[in-house]
Design a binder for this molecule. Structure first.
Ligand code: FAD
Length: 454
């Protein structure tokens, strides 16, 4: 009943906001710059067989499909909207080989030494995994692997920088600890007081990357069907029937890769899954192209940047010299006007040289949701016999989702031995999920308060 109300509510808002409408491409910078998507169509009527049915054509679903098809499996991808329509095609494009708060030692603490270290290795290699795919498949997506930097906004956060640097260094990552001057040289700004960097990170046009992955998956033999929401899963003997409004897929294994969009654009393919995570909205903006002088002075080595604030300050330059940034809002009403004002002030604070502009003009404003968990840890789900999934990127999943897709495909196709590599569990509803959005708003206020104190 509450799911029906949720979907009806979503459909109502989708009429007025193109960011929510699965029949429109979100009005992002990437929609304007990405090459066209490969030609796809809805699942034809009738029953279709597959070794692996993948639900959701974001980075998780597409890299899983590509990998499984390259292994020779018969793969069918079902996407409720278009390729990359969820978080994957509308994020900031930062390729970061770490999570927001689940640092490697935290992963080990939470999942045990074996699973925790496995996840740390996958995560630590994830940016290289992504850029290797770009190179291997020749994906035109403005890929820049010049490093990701996390500068500290207060002296007190330098302890966090050092801790993260040490945890990754111990695991062999090519990370560097940076003093104030080194950070100023990378950022082009005196705003931060030190930090750390991982040179394997970088940035991409994420929609172009998603579309390139889809093209590669199709070339490898996968069938990708758009505007084909999976409306339910039903056991049929040893296999699963995945129903869509047109046809259905009878598959040996199923990967549910609907992540933060579970139960929004379409019913959740698995009952209760949407209550195992919380959808958190993130807003993105891109300026008009900066003057050559400003462009040369801001992030002069073309890094991706996201700092230590809970109310995250982040940005990078696109190929045309636009500053691609964004932020969080506590409430959604009048978001566009409020964001333009808020992020203008923020960018001038981060890069004082922007004061030379009479005003910062934004060409694109858009938003999307990612899946969060109360403890900021990702979750790996065994939903049914041969049905797997994951969720809870907590805002940092571009590289991680790309690296996880093939692991999830292997775990689904190869059964128990492969599945033991990841800490799969049954999904558990978050207690008080109905009040989760209040908790998210309170959390944002708390982080803002903390950012100014510790
Ligand atoms: C605005 C924003 C900015 C972000 N910025 C960054 C960043 O800079 N760096 C970073 O590391 N991370 C970032 N993230 C997080 C990152 O984008 C995600 O972790 C990642 O894209 C998740 O990929 P996914 O494939 O698992 O899920 P998604 O890309 O969300 O894909 C899920 C797909 O499932 C589809 N779907 C849902 N229900 C059904 C159904 N029933 N049947 C069929 N299909 C269905 C949806 O339409 C969607 O396309 C950001 C997220 C957002 C929202």
């Amino acid at each position: 009943m509450s799911l029906t109300i949720q979907i009806q509510d979503y459909a109502y808002h989708a009429m007025t906001d193109p960011n929510l409408d699965p029949n429109r491409t979100p009005p992002s910078l990437w929609a304007a710059t990405a090459p066209a998507a490969p030609s796809t169509s809805p699942l034809p009527a009738g029953e279709h067989s597959a070794d692996l049915a993948v639900i959701g054509a974001g980075f998780t679903g597409l890299t899983a499909a590509l990998h499984a098809a390259e292994r020779g499996a018969k793969v069918v991808v079902l996407e409720a909207s278009e390729v990359g329509w969820g978080a994957s095609g509308r994020n900031n494009g930062q390729v970061i080989p770490s999570l927001t708060r689940a640092d490697p030692d935290v992963l080990v603490q939470a999942f045990g030494a074996e699973h925790g270290e496995t996840l740390a290795v996958v995560l630590g290699n994830s940016a290289n995994t992504l850029f290797d795919l770009v190179r291997k498949h020749g994906i035109a997506c403005q890929a820049v692997q010049n490093g990701w930097v996390q500068p500290a906004h207060r002296e007190s956060r330098l302890a966090l920088s050092r801790s993260r640097f040490e945890q990754w260094k111990r695991r062999g990552a090519p990370v560097q600890l940076l003093d104030r001057d080194e950070v100023a040289a990378i950022t082009g700004s005196p705003y931060w007081c030190g930090g750390w960097t991982n040179p394997t990170g970088g940035h991409i046009d994420p929609l172009a990357f998603a579309r390139g992955l889809a093209r590669a998956a199709i070339s490898a033999g996968a069938a990708v069907h758009t505007h084909s929401p999976a409306t339910g899963l039903q056991r049929v003997g040893e296999r699963w029937r995945v129903a869509t409004p047109t046809g259905s897929v009878i598959a040996r294994r199923v990967l549910v890769a609907t992540h933060g969009y579970t139960g929004t654009v379409a019913p959740s393919p698995w009952p209760g899954l949407a209550r195992a995570m919380v959808a958190v909205r993130s807003y993105q903006l891109a300026t008009e192209p900066l003057t050559p002088e400003l462009r040369a002075s801001i992030l002069p080595r073309n890094h991706a940047l996201s700092d230590t604030q809970g109310d995250l300050h982040f940005c990078h330059l696109d190929g045309e010299g636009r500053l691609v940034s964004g932020g969080a809002l506590v409430f959604h009403a009048d978001f566009e006007r409020r964001l333009r004002e808020r992020i203008s002030l923020r960018l001038v604070k981060m890069f004082p040289q922007l004061q030379s502009l009479a005003e910062i003009r934004f060409e694109y404003v858009w938003h999307g949701v990612f899946a969060a968990t109360p403890d900021k840890l990702p979750r790996f789900w065994r939903l049914g016999d041969g049905v797997l999934g994951w969720g809870g990127c907590n805002g940092r999943g571009v590289a991680f989702a790309v690296a996880l897709g093939p692991l999830l495909a292997d775990a689904a196709l190869d059964g128990e031995a492969a599945a033991r590599k990841l800490p799969f569990e049954a999904p558990r509803a978050i207690p008080g999920h109905v009040f989760a959005q209040l908790g998210v708003a309170a959390g944002k206020l708390y982080y803002r308060w903390l950012d100014g104190r510790d």
